[in-house]
Structures are given as structure tokens and as C-alpha cells.
Ligand binder design. Structure first.
Ligand code: A3P
Length: 274
């Protein structure tokens, strides 16, 4: 099963490129890679492991191009992709809605504590730019305790602001929310709910996970279907986070309060950190 290199699979069905039936649309730095890696261990999932960026960047290439980016799969498999940029990209919202207007598409959104998400984004950008600025240098307007609301890593964490746009086109029962904090602690619980949402038989269970001490105790997957694959994520995932000042945390908790409450209401979810 899931042999994406052959045109015929072992049940005699012809493998072809299919448009996705489910898309992980975001959110950046919340565990999108881990989620895709874990769900693609399911034999009935065929996932594009690269971020396709069709609806935000490559739309001009057309739908056939998009379909061809997907792995070969049989009709009974669920084709998936993840591009975290879609969630915050206005054009992607209506383009996805238009493309899938007659097709039942499922959307998956993984979110985590927005303060930790911002730190994760900060670590990524300082690693890339080799910058020495502290988290606080970005969070506060120079020489003040006023939050710099224009700083994108802070903006993204107000998930409700973006979700409202998706709900103009998609109903809540087409959307599944994954708790990114729990994906790190008890990934099997989140994977169970994702498999249920996708109407998959339950394959991925607790016994498939182990915690890697060398990877700061992040979970890895034992993939029986692809035993040669490394079950842990690469070195750019699970980076060490700096300690931030208590006052910064308090200011940001306050800053996100309204967004988090709004999200609870409109998404009808209640994650412990919300
Ligand atoms: P950090 O590297 O800042 O810790 P994304 O894949 O959306 O970019 O998210 C990256 C984040 O996923 C990581 O941020 C890490 O906290 C989180 N994550 C969740 N599960 C993980 C896992 N099993 N291994 C590594 N990182 C994981």
C-alpha cells in the first residue's frame, strides 16, 4: 500500500494524481510538519510532502499543475497537502473556495498557544538572519511597553481574525482544529481525532509513537508502512526557545485574550491554553 512510485497498486487499481480531499491550511509554526508527517503514516493517506503553495503563489500555473504536484494515489486514498501560508492569505481563501465549490473539501487547522507560536517564529527568523535582537526588541515599540501590533509573528497568533474569513466560505463541520500543544504531548489523541474527521479506519495509535530524548522529548512516529523512514522531524523543528521575561508574557497574555475568546466562540473549541 501507499507505493507512490508505481502506476498500479497491489489491489489492481490505477494510481493517478488527484486533487486533495483535505488540506492543512495552517497555522505556521504550530506543528504543521509534524501533523502531516504523522497522518501520512496512514496507508490510506497520500500526502504531498513539499509545501505546494498553489493558492498563494503558484495559482497562475493552473489546476492541472496543482494536481500533478500531488503524489500518485488510488481512488480510495485521501490526497493531502499542507501549506501554512494559506491560512493568513486572503486570496487563498476564496481561491480554495472557488476551486472546491463542488467538491467536498476538508480543512485542517493546527493552532498552539500564540505566545509560543510567536517565540517559535522569532527563533526561526533570528536563525535565518543571524540576528542578535531579543524577542522583546521585536514585541515592543522602541523604549516602551507598547506592543508592536504590526509585527507579523504577533499578528498571526490572533487566529480568530483569519478564521472569520474562512467561515464566509466554509462551514465549521468542514474544518477540524488540532491542538498543537497536545500534538507534542499526546500526539495519538490528536491523530485519533484527525483520522475520525477524515473518515479513515484508525491505524495510527499510541503504540506508534516514541519520545526522542535527543530531540528534546518531541514525539517521533514508528511508521510500520515506511519502516526505512526516519520517524523524527528534522533539525529545523523542535528548536530551543529562549526564556522570555515574565512581564512580557503577562502583556502578551493580555494582548491575546480577546482573540482567544473570540476563537473559542466562533470555532466552538476549548483547548486548555485558550
Ligand atoms: P519549534 O522548532 O520552534 O519548537 P511547523 O512545522 O508548523 O513549522 O511547526 C514547527 C513546530 O512544531 C516546532 O517549533 C515544534 O515546537 C512543533 N512540533 C510539534 N510536534 C513536533 C515534533 N514531533 N517534532 C518536532 N517539532 C514538533
Amino acid at each position: 500500500l501507499n507505493n507512490n512510485n508505481n502506476n498500479n497498486n497491489n489491489t489492481g487499481e490505477i494510481n493517478q494524481h488527484h486533487l486533495p480531499k483535505a488540506i492543512i491550511i495552517g497555522v505556521k509554526k504550530c506543528g504543521t510538519r509534524a501533523l502531516l508527517k504523522f497522518i501520512s503514516a496512514h496507508p490510506d493517506v497520500a500526502a504531498s510532502l513539499n509545501e505546494v503553495h498553489f493558492f498563494d503563489q503558484n495559482y497562475h500555473n493552473g489546476l492541472d499543475w496543482y494536481r500533478n504536484q500531488m503524489p500518485l494515489s488510488s481512488p480510495h486514498q485521501i490526497t493531502m497537502e499542507k501549506t501554512p501560508q494559506y491560512f493568513i492569505n486572503n486570496r487563498s481563501v476564496y481561491r480554495i473556495a472557488k476551486t472546491f465549490s463542488n467538491i467536498d473539501l476538508k480543512l485542517i487547522i493546527i493552532i498552539r498557544n500564540p505566545i509560543i507560536r510567536a517565540i517559535s517564529d522569532y527563533v526561526q527568523l533570528t536563525t535565518k538572519r543571524k540576528s542578535n535582537l531579543t524577542f522583546e526588541d521585536y514585541v515592543f515599540i522602541k523604549n516602551s511597553t507598547i506592543v508592536n501590533e504590526q509585527w507579523t509573528p504577533l499578528k498571526i497568533g490572533c487566529y480568530s481574525r483569519y478564521l472569520i474569513k474562512w467561515l464566509k466560505y466554509f462551514s465549521l463541520n468542514q474544518i477540524h482544529f488540532v491542538d498543537g500543544e497536545n500534538l507534542i504531548k499526546r500526539p495519538w489523541e490528536e491523530l485519533l481525532r484527525v483520522q475520525q474527521f477524515l473518515n479513515l479506519t484508525i491505524h495510527i495509535q499510541r503504540k506508534h509513537f516514541y519520545f526522542n530524548r535527543y530531540k528534546r522529548s518531541f514525539p517521533c512516529i514508528k511508521d510500520h508502512f515506511h519502516p526505512t523512514k526516519n520517524g523524527c522531524l528534522g533539525s529545523s523543528k523542535g528548536r530551543k526557545h529562549p526564556k522570555i521575561r515574565d512581564e512580557t508574557r503577562i502583556v502578551l497574555e493580555n494582548y491575546y485574550k480577546t482573540c482567544n475568546n473570540r476563537l473559542k466562540q466562533i470555532a466552538k473549541i476549548n483547548f486548555p491554553w485558550l
